[in-house]
Design a protein around this ligand. Sequence first.
Ligand code: UD1
Ligand code: UDP
Length: 376
Amino acid sequence: MKKICTVIGARPQFIKLSVVSRVLRREFQEVLIHTGQHYDYNMSGVFFQELGIPEPDYNLGISGGSHGQMTGRMLAELENVLQREAPDMLLVFGDTNSTMAAALAAVKLHIPVCHVEAGNRMGSLENPEEVNRIVTDHVSSLCLACTNTALEFLEREGIGERSRLTGDPMYDAFLYYSERVEDQEYMELEDIDGGPVRLPNEFYYMTCHRQENTDTDEKLDQILQAMDALDAPVVYPVHPRNCGRADRLRLEKGYRHPLSVDRPSQLEKGYRNTLLVAPVGYRCSVFLVNRAKKIITDSGGLQREAFFAGRPCVTVFDRAIWPETMVNHCNQLARPNKEDILSKLEAVPFFDFKYRPFGDGHSAEKITEAITNFLA
Ligand code: UD1
Ligand code: UDP
């Protein structure tokens, strides 16, 4: 049996892995290497547990630091592991630092690389993920694209002959788990201090963690102010990158309730319409996507899931990364500005469910087939 080393490290990769690994392991020996980029239980462990992903064979425990430091440390450690394992192929997903570090380590050892979610481009090297995507695609021997648009980018960049269209494993996962949470009536949430939170009947679902939106107070404050103006509460599972900033802003924007003049301890917290909650597991996230009035996000995964579920979405970013979703007002870009976000949220989208640019929900089989053919 041929051997595949799969490298994962960040939340969205665990989700994609969960569907691909199930099929891949029928044909190949898979050695799983977790870089450790995401390490909190609710950013990593919960996905392995809930989605039945096998324990990683290695966990390198590498996280934090600047992009260069993190990538460099991963590169050195991954080289050691790949030398020891000597796989027939390396498999990577998406566009994180773990993806690029693994691809570089493998290509230098002449191990062929398969990149799942190849070919996405937004046209700016200021975006760290764009750098990871371009480098990974160009050192890969097999580029597997989720959509036709991505395949066209690969063709334009001269690497079309080693590229294939497989569909999106995120779509496979979303279909599979949506069915499994369909009958669930309720989901438990925890606030960022670990206390229980009651999920409202009607709510918006927001995630926001990109460094472009959360590395300064001003932008995050504008986004949260927009949420405060909505007609239903906003459920916001906060990524650890910006949890401290969001919580501090909430306290700084606190106000004194008119009845609490004699009781200064009753300083209310700001952004009263937003429930800052701890990151949730994938099943809960799928539940929230399917039940939300609308979705506000800067996540590549969540904007696609909104589209899969037919939920209107506003993506707080200046460039499109999944242009297939940006039709008929289904998903619109907004600046990190209160008025712009609110005006985009007013649009009435039209979802054409016959339009399925992300495949048929069986990308895992196509990915496995492409690897089998490559290694034949
Ligand atoms: C990374 C990806 C991004 C993806 C996101 C998914 C890169 C360049 N970016 O961004 O594409 O959207 O993952 O969630 O790889 N932290 C914790 N606990 C954790 C994980 C992170 O406290 O479990 C903190 C660390 O202090 C870290 C910071 O969050 O420094 C940022 O984490 P990092 O992995 O560098 O980037 P993400 O923002 O998670
Ligand atoms: N997600 C989750 N819990 C959360 C927030 C998001 O399970 O608290 C899921 C979400 O449903 C989607 C994926 O994580 O499947 C998106 O990952 P993320 O936003 O971290 O990364 P990106 O998609 O931006 O690369």
